[in-house]
Design a protein around this ligand. Structure first.
Ligand SMILES: Cc1cc2nc3c(=O)[nH]c(=O)nc-3n(C[C@H](O)[C@H](O)[C@H](O)COP(=O)(O)OP(=O)(O)OC[C@H]3O[C@@H](n4cnc5c(N)ncnc54)[C@H](O)[C@@H]3O)c2cc1C
Length: 408
């Protein structure tokens, strides 16, 4: 049986946040749009994001919160489609939301509302979806000619399990490698390679840290504990919570730091940010306090953490008056500058994003179109632009999708 050929102006591979945003805006411009995805459902990552409530943007989103080989690349899209424009769309759909902290906006009820909103907007713009569709082959048709440029002839033919599709613009929005069990693949990178585009090496990010066996042993006793801290990695510092796990460190501070970490780097943790532990102990000493350091420290930190830190770095059981100021100062320095050497990050099974991706040198920052292959666009997480934790990655998906949607 031969399958018929479907012709559209714009074919978008991947019906996640970036793909749907592009579909809405291309459709609104009167383009015929088809979104193809191998998953059963659209927006799978949106549904699991933000603990089911989707941290859909950040009110303070700016280029400073993104990591890329070219930190300037994201500026154009973020400036032309700022977070307030997305917030207006959310409001126009009557979706209730709140700021959790640090400009992070979450749905009051469910991430499903964001998916429904995007689906409604896609439908209104006339975009169609083909789900559970395997993409088998992509072929570039002909060489550049006036007819191709004018959109009179298709530029790409895509073979899928549902039939052939020919399109003028091909948009790759297949995301990164994180959470393979909900359908993440490296497909977008393969397409980039097929067309000779460079890739920036990829790594799991926003996933926290693991430690070697010996490092883990010193931390396992702390599993389940959460503390406020500042964590610094490669000169970038975050004040957030740190959660100790059986295999290492999770929670917002390690997730943020993991985005900036490279193999071999160490991280530095201040367990009492904004306080001066040495001054505090000296005050106790001067006032004649006779407790052990371990017991006093548990007034500042959870007892399990205070115990473990003392076991590892201050085993003295002497009462405070007998403790030397020099020894105390060194221990307090450690509390404020606890240096750890992770062996790795947790990996794609838990990572919120993939760092790296299609090299931004290959793309126009205004249209996300390939400089080498006219009509081929890459948007969203597949591109080497990765945001911090806190709604920044969706903002990039919306902004890059919108930018391509203006021109495809
Ligand atoms: C657990 C978790 C929580 C997160 N929470 C947040 C948050 O609260 N705020 C935030 O800003 N960011 C969050 N993120 C990151 C955010 O989800 C992504 O950065 C964003 O979804 C990227 O959008 P995208 O459209 O580029 O890719 P995706 O949303 O990943 O969409 C890609 C689509 O392509 C499809 N696809 C992949 N391969 C193929 C293939 N071979 N054939 C056909 N289709 C394919 C997939 O099925 C998917 O539908 C979270 C991520 C995770 C994993």
């Amino acid at each position: 049986m031969s399958l018929s050929t479907t012709r559209v102006d714009v074919l978008i591979l991947g019906a996640g946040g970036a793909g749907m945003m592009c579909a809405i805006h291309a459709g609104r411009r009167g383009r015929s749009v088809l979104l193809v995805d191998h998953a059963k459902k659209i927006g799978g990552k949106i549904l699991i994001s933000g603990g089911g409530r989707c941290n859909f943007t950040n009110m303070g989103a700016s280029p400073q919160q993104y990591v890329s080989n070219n930190p300037h690349f994201c500026k154009s899209a973020l400036a032309r489609y700022p977070s307030r424009t997305f917030i207006e769309m959310v409001q126009s759909h009557g979706i209730a939301f709140h700021e959790k902290k640090l400009g992070q906006l979450f749905c009051d009820t469910s991430a499903q509302e964001i998916v429904e909103m995007l689906k409604t907007e896609c439908n209104q713009a006339g975009a169609r979806f083909w789900l559970e569709t395997r993409i088998e082959r992509i072929e570039r048709l002909g060489s550049d000619s006036e007819a191709l440029e004018a959109g009179e002839l298709p530029r790409f033919r895509v073979e899928t399990s549902q039939g052939l599709i020919e399109c003028h613009s091909l948009v790759v929005a297949t995301g990164g490698l994180s959470i393979p069990k909900i359908g993440a693949t490296g497909f977008g990178y393969q397409v980039a390679e097929q067309f000779g585009l460079k890739l920036v090496p990829r790594a799991a990010a926003l996933d926290g840290f693991t430690f070697s066996d010996s490092g883990t042993q010193s931390l396992t006793a702390l599993a389940g504990l959460s503390v406020d801290c500042t964590m610094t990695c490669n000169g970038v510092t975050f004040r957030e919570n740190l959660l100790f796990t059986h295999s290492g460190m999770s929670g917002p501070a390690p997730l943020q730091a993991s985005l900036h970490w490279r193999p071999g780097d160490s991280i530095t943790v201040d367990l009492l940010p904004g306080q001066n532990a040495f001054e505090w102990f000296l005050e106790k000493k001067r006032s004649g306090n006779r407790s052990q350091v371990k017991n006093l420290l548990s007034e500042l930190l959870p007892a399990r953490l205070a115990d473990r830190l003392c076991e590892l770095h201050f085993p003295s059981q002497q009462p405070l008056p007998q403790v030397s100021e020099k020894g105390l100062e060194a221990f307090c320095h450690l509390i404020h500058h606890w240096k750890l050497q992770p062996t790795g990050t947790v990996g794609y099974s838990k990572a919120e994003v993939t760092r790296g991706g299609v090299d931004t040198d290959e793309l126009s920052s205004k249209t996300l179109e390939s400089k080498k292959v006219p009509g081929l666009h890459f948007i969203g997480e597949v591109v080497d632009v990765t945001g911090w934790l806190g709604g920044y990655n969706f903002q990039w998906a919306w902004a890059s999708g919108w930018s391509a949607g203006q021109v495809v």
